[in-house]
Ligand binder design. Structure first.
Ligand SMILES: [Zn+2]
Length: 350
């Protein structure tokens, strides 16, 4: 109901010219909208997790809105420099993509190239070398794909309760129980992958075909190198997509991640994105010690020159948002209509 009311209000505001007014205002010119994308479906991932993925068609519509609305899509580093120097051009936007999935290579970058828009990819590196699907994500995806399979016995993965794969809640319960089960056994990456393969076979899904399509995989070294040569900016997102609570382990995540990227494509890796948008106050000094100059969160909002550079807000854009809502944020109108709560966002890619 609230959502419908908000959409009705946005339609009226757009028709009355308010979007144009705010978008070209001095107020908006002092702000930077950093957009956050997670995934663009290689196949049907947006139907599995609409709050993380969108289709290539939807991304294309968004890029079209950016172009037609004459938004200044800037490289992230330049956008941040100009934000703090207070010389942003009118209608500034920066595009960021989290994780560095193969879907970025296959779907997002070809679209961005058509519009000549720069993008930053926050690359998590452990699975880039592994070249297999991210375990906790593929388990959830397989259960979703296999939801209509006849009653499945999952006791061999530690699932000792009745399961109903048609219920999203039940599937998520199975995923967390399976993750605990693999954790307790300290399974290696290879063993986890074998577990995923065996689960797929139990559900009647051809796992190797999914692997060949590179669904839920991170870009490999050659793809990262190729996109770097085409202008993509790769930045830090921790090696294993996690933020340990102790300084030593936290900083090791940053260093491992950075070293991997630098070995591949060279230096200049000083921008960071908190995995799952999760941060604690002590992370800021640890990041500063690692000479990280900016860090983005999943908290919703426009960045201003008063924003802490290590706690930059973004707007998460997924298939859950309509084009109108998206445009309201580009113009700045969305800022006035949003509940400014931090983005509650549970996502772990390891
Ligand atoms: Zn991430």
């Amino acid at each position: 109901m609230l959502r419908q009311l908000r959409r009705a209000a946005l339609t009226i505001l757009k028709r009355s010219g308010s979007f144009e007014l705010v978008k070209n205002s001095n107020w908006r010119q002092q702000k930077l909208l950093i957009l956050c994308y997670h995934g663009v479906s290689v196949e049907d991932e947006d139907q599995w997790r609409p709050y993380l993925y969108m289709t290539a068609e939807q991304l294309d519509r968004r890029l079209n809105i950016l172009r037609d609305g004459r938004y200044a899509v800037l490289p992230l580093a330049e956008a941040l420099q100009r934000l703090y120097r207070k010389d942003l051009p009118p209608r500034s936007v920066a595009l960021t993509f989290d994780d560095g999935g193969y879907d970025f290579y296959k779907r997002a970058w070809p679209a961005l190239k058509q519009y000549d828009f720069p993008a930053t990819v926050y690359l998590t590196t452990y699975y880039s070398a592994a070249q297999r699907p991210i375990f906790n994500l593929i388990v959830s995806y397989l259960l979703w794909k296999g939801q209509y399979a006849a009653r499945v016995d999952l006791a061999e993965y530690g699932i000792d309760f009745p399961t109903d794969l048609r219920s999203g809640e039940s599937r998520e319960q199975i995923v967390s129980r399976m993750l605990e089960w693999t954790e307790r056994r300290s399974l290696s990456g290879k063993e986890k992958d074998q577990t995923a393969a065996s689960l797929a076979s139990r559900l009647g899904i051809d796992y190797e075909t999914l692997c060949r399509k590179r669904i839920l995989q991170i870009m490999n070294s050659n793809e990262v190198k190729q996109l770097t040569s085409e202008g993509v900016d790769f930045q830090l997102h921790t090696h294993r997509h996690r933020t340990p609570a102790t300084e030593e382990l936290f900083r090791r995540e940053i260093r491992d991640n950075r070293e991997w990227i630098i070995n591949l494509i060279g230096g200049g890796r000083e921008h960071f994105c908190y995995p799952s948008g999760a941060y604690r106050p002590e992370f800021l000094s640890w990041l500063a010690k690692e000479k990280v100059v900016s860090a983005t969160t999943c908290d919703t909002g426009l960045a201003t020159h008063a924003s802490n550079p290590l706690l930059l807000p973004r707007l998460i854009d997924t298939s859950m948002r309509t084009d109108l809502e998206f445009e309201s944020w580009l113009s700045g109108v969305g800022h006035f209509l949003s509940r400014r709560s931090p983005g509650a966002f549970a996502y772990v890619a390891d």
